[in-house]
Design a binder for this molecule. Structure first.
Ligand SMILES: Cc1cc2nc3c(=O)[nH]c(=O)nc-3n(C[C@H](O)[C@H](O)[C@H](O)COP(=O)(O)O)c2cc1C
Length: 221
């Protein structure tokens, strides 16, 4: 698979089979992803890979919290600004339409949307998950390094025939994740990532993208 194909075939998959992801495949991917760039080569990511019984236990504990309507853990970072301005506001609502429209859920049906979103904490059925942490003393440029690392991981997973879904949703149950992975106090959970083989029976709508001239400006003579 070439890089273009890896980029265009990667998408946030929200339905996985229970087929096991071999540990050696995950190690191969993570060894290669370690070559991701970072400012001054700080390599500020710290990933925990959770599979097997610990992942089953995490899903069970998170599922109990969802079922009990437990309040989310207090935020360690804001996922989005409270008032999203244009064009981000419109892009977010277009995404909501695409995501929930594929499931036949209307804009007004808040309860069904919440139910669909709760599949996040079952990793959409995936048999493997990665939790990416960053040292709380690091700043915005290092957070962007994490993005490069995570995208590299997701592209390499494509090369292995695997799919993924990055999930900030896990940050609101970060204490439950911490019970399983025991990170040192100095780390903040940025996001989780479900990893596995796609369940091709799950419907989806491919998300769109803004036209190039909305996000790229060529400056030429
Ligand atoms: C940092 C990050 C966090 C995300 N968090 C979630 C999440 O919690 N749950 C989810 O279903 N999708 C999540 N997504 C997936 C995005 O919704 C998805 O990438 C976006 O809509 C574009 O669609 P595509 O990845 O399928 O091309 C996240 C993506 C990123 C990059």
């Amino acid at each position: 698979m070439d890089v273009y194909e890896a980029v265009t075939s990667r998408r946030a998959v929200r339905g996985f089979t229970d087929k096991v992801v071999p540990r050696e495949v995950l190690e191969r991917v993570l060894c290669a992803a370690a070559w991701s760039p970072s400012g001054s080569n700080l390599q500020p990511w710290h990933a925990y890979v959770v599979i097997g019984e610990p992942l089953a236990e995490l899903k069970k504990r998170a599922g109990k919290r969802v079922a009990a309507g437990d309040p989310w853990d207090e935020r360690e970072y804001e996922m989005y600004p409270s008032a999203l301005k244009s064009p981000y506001r419109e892009r977010r609502s277009a995404f909501g339409e695409e995501r929930y429209g594929a499931l036949g859920i209307s804009r007004e049906d808040w309860e069904s949307r919440q139910r669909a979103a709760s599949a996040n904490w079952d990793c959409f059925g995936a048999p493997a998950a990665l939790f990416c942490y960053i040292d709380r003393g690091l700043g915005l440029p290092q957070w962007s390094d994490l993005g490069m690392y995570l995208q590299t991981v997701m592209l390499l997973l494509r090369a292995e025939g695997l799919h993924s879904c990055p999930q900030m949703a896990w940050s609101v149950y970060r204490k439950t994740v911490a019970e399983i992975v025991s990170p040192p106090d100095g780390l903040i959970l940025f996001c989780g990532m479900s990893i596995g083989f796609e369940d091709v029976t799950v419907d989806y709508i491919r998300t769109g993208r803004a036209p190039l001239n909305e996000t790229v400006t060529f400056v030429e003579g």
